[in-house]
Design a protein around this ligand. Structure first.
Ligand SMILES: [Zn+2]
Ligand SMILES: [Zn+2]
Length: 432
């Protein structure tokens, strides 16, 4: 928000770690700091510098298409040693009879670190989005064939649903790829992991850092300081951990489930996974000691996992852009999300459908000229939250028709009063 400070002669705006979701303001007034900065610099004649070791695909694409200039720094600031990254196939663990979320190799590494009075960070994705279904034998996940995103399990009807286009599949009883019956909904919360680690390492001082245990910044700072002062041996937490932590005494970092990231039901799940693994890995071996990083997964062959292991941004970029183009996602097209929220479920369902029909009528021409794709209303992944129900509508639209669509959305959803229903509109921002 410093961006809005009244400065007369704005020369340069520097945005560090430009790929971070925190630059996107999700509450009104909604804005993307990077976009606003570029616009402001354009108006004032200044310059914008976007910095990142893992630039967002959107930003990189702007550079590729010549809209911004690319400056590469191929040398690390301090000649710090890159940590050793090992990928662990969790299906092998299952074969060995290890049913837990901690692989043998990771267990040994934690033990070694603790013995040498060094520290450990275990990373787990935040709760609430564990609705995907995967095979514990071969890593197969149920994905939408139209959108290539993980489908989410819905208890009602025992079905899998695509978050974007609404396609549904029956929950498979057996893995369609390998026939195993070990196909199930993924779940592992930080609380569960904390208990498990407590049992495995009863003498270690363990702390958990997630949205549940972090009610205020003071709690966050306390844990931060305790960890820094080596009063905590093992820190378990969510993506908060990836940011700005620089502890030379950390020698083991474990990403407990890369799959929980990869299978977030968003089009940019792969990109977020790549960035997170890269950032989390950077937490290990910041000092003289060499760090060990373990990435646990049922999909060791996934190109994102491989690219992250080898720090291969180009591989990630090439593959991901190809997929985005093939399945029509940003930066090749705009994706608009209109979320209707209400305490009254019946009214919500009715209104969502009526509004959908209004939009459908208004965009008929654009659909015909193939510059717009309108999906049907779908229940939000977390359909009921804080006693309110939520229904999503997704629209894909090309750049040259975006302004026209915005006008239509304004007329349908904002000019006419919709009683007792909140409207939340997001453009190209499915954040995790
Ligand atoms: Zn399988
Ligand atoms: Zn779909």
């Amino acid at each position: 928000s410093a961006l809005f400070a009244p400065i007369d002669n704005l020369g340069v705006i520097v945005i560090d770690e430009e790929h971070e979701d925190t630059y996107i303001s999700g509450t009104a007034p909604k804005y993307n700091t990077v976009e606003v900065a570029i616009k402001m610099a354009y108006m004032s004649g200044g310059k914008v510098i976007l910095g990142s070791a893992t630039p967002s695909l959107n930003t990189y694409h702007m550079a590729m298409t010549g809209r911004i200039e690319l400056i590469e720094m191929n040398k690390r600031v301090k000649e710090a040693q890159m940590p050793e990254i090992e990928i662990i196939n969790m299906a092998d663990e299952l074969d060995k009879g290890n049913n837990s979320i901690i692989s043998e190799v990771l267990y040994e590494s934690i033990r070694k670190s603790l013995k040498q009075k060094e520290q450990v960070i275990l990373f787990l994705n935040k709760r609430g989005y564990s609705g995907f279904v995967s095979c514990k034998k071969c890593g197969y996940t149920v994905r939408c064939s139209r959108c290539d995103v993980s489908m989410t399990y819905h208890l009602v009807g025992n079905i899998m649903k695509c978050h974007y286009c609404g396609s549904a599949k029956r929950m498979p009883g057996k893995c369609p790829r390998c026939g195993s019956d070990k196909i199930e909904q993924f779940s592992a919360g930080t609380q569960h992991v904390e208990k498990l680690i407590n049992n495995l390492f009863p003498h270690a001082r363990i702390e958990r850092m997630d949205l549940d245990s972090m009610t205020d910044t003071e709690a966050y700072e306390n844990i931060y300081n305790d960890f820094k002062n080596k009063k905590i041996d093992i820190l378990i937490g969510t993506q908060m951990l990836a940011k700005g932590f620089d502890f030379p005494n950390v020698t083991t970092v474990g990403v407990l489930s890369a799959d929980a990231l990869l299978n977030l039901p968003f089009y940019n799940a792969s990109e977020k996974t790549f960035q997170l693994i890269t950032q989390v890995s950077g937490r290990a071996g910041r000092g003289d000691k060499i760090g060990r990083v373990y990435i646990q997964t049922y999909e060791p062959e996934n190109f994102i996992i491989k690219a992250a292991k080898n720090n291969d941004y180009d591989l990630f970029l090439r593959q991901e852009l190809k997929l985005r183009k093939e399945f029509a996602f940003p930066p090749f097209i705009n994706i608009i999300n209109i979320c209707l929220i209400s305490k009254n479920e019946e009214e919500l369902v009715k209104t969502a459908h009526e509004k959908y029909l209004e939009v459908k009528e208004a965009v008929k021409e654009m659909v015909k000229e193939r510059s717009l794709l309108l999906y049907r209303p779908v229940p939000h992944n977390i359909y009921k939250l804080n006693n309110e129900y939520r229904i999503n509508l997704y629209i894909k639209v090309s750049n040259n028709r975006l302004a026209d669509l915005k006008k239509i959305i304004r007329t349908v959803y904002m000019e006419k009063d919709i009683e007792n229903i909140k409207v939340s509109i997001n453009i190209n921002t499915d954040t995790i």
